[in-house]
Design a binder for this molecule. Structure first.
Ligand SMILES: NC(=O)c1ccc[n+]([C@@H]2O[C@H](COP(=O)([O-])OP(=O)(O)OC[C@H]3O[C@@H](n4cnc5c(N)ncnc54)[C@H](OP(=O)(O)O)[C@@H]3O)[C@@H](O)[C@H]2O)c1
Length: 144
């Protein structure tokens, strides 16, 4: 565990979110995981797929020491920028046209994390984990 960081909030409980959650739990972090749904809708699946993680609301996940964005990129404007202010936010999202549709704000070679940083203007956005397949996050994980 890195000094000073005890908790990780993850927004998204799909392929990437749950893989990051399991890797973080293995490394000793407290993990809070949220989707756009009410806590009771995801509590059981979180318990089964990421045992040890706690299902929370997005607002509660945003209070963690570090917050990981593992939701479809086209939903980034549904994030609560105020709740994520002053947080380090790890952006694992990619633009995938079949899923995300047209996103005109990404024109002219603009990076996806630039758009996310503009929206989360008071957060510190760090682009990483987006280049790793979800199935490799755990298989290739190493101790610190
Ligand atoms: N799959 C990969 O190997 C991979 C690798 C690197 C990067 N990525 C990127 O990582 C992101 C997630 O990919 P994925 O494959 O994990 O997607 P996924 O399996 O479809 O999971 C997406 C998750 O995000 C949740 N979600 C949607 N809107 C949300 C919101 N506003 N707040 C919180 N949670 C929300 C969804 O739940 P609800 O709809 O129920 O809220 C779902 O749990 C994408 O941008 C993708 O491009 C994927």
């Amino acid at each position: 565990m890195s000094q000073g960081i005890g908790s990780i909030g993850i927004l998204g409980a799909g392929r990437v979110g749950t893989a990051v959650a399991r890797a973080a739990l293995k490394a000793g972090y407290e993990v809070r995981i949220a989707t756009s749904r009410p806590v009771e809708d995801i509590a059981l699946i979180v318990e089964i797929i990421t045992p040890g993680a706690v299902a929370v609301t997005a607002a509660e996940a945003a209070q963690a020491d570090i917050v990981v964005l593992a939701l479809p990129l086209h939903n980034y404007r549904t994030l609560d920028a105020g709740a994520l202010a002053d947080r380090v936010v790890v952006d694992a999202m990619n633009y995938w046209e079949p899923t995300d549709g047209a996103m005109p704000e990404l024109g002219d070679g603009r990076g996806t994390s630039e758009a996310v940083q503009d929206f989360l203007e008071a957060s510190r956005v760090v682009k990483t984990l987006n280049h790793i397949g979800y199935h490799e996050l755990e298989a290739d994980g190493r101790p610190a």
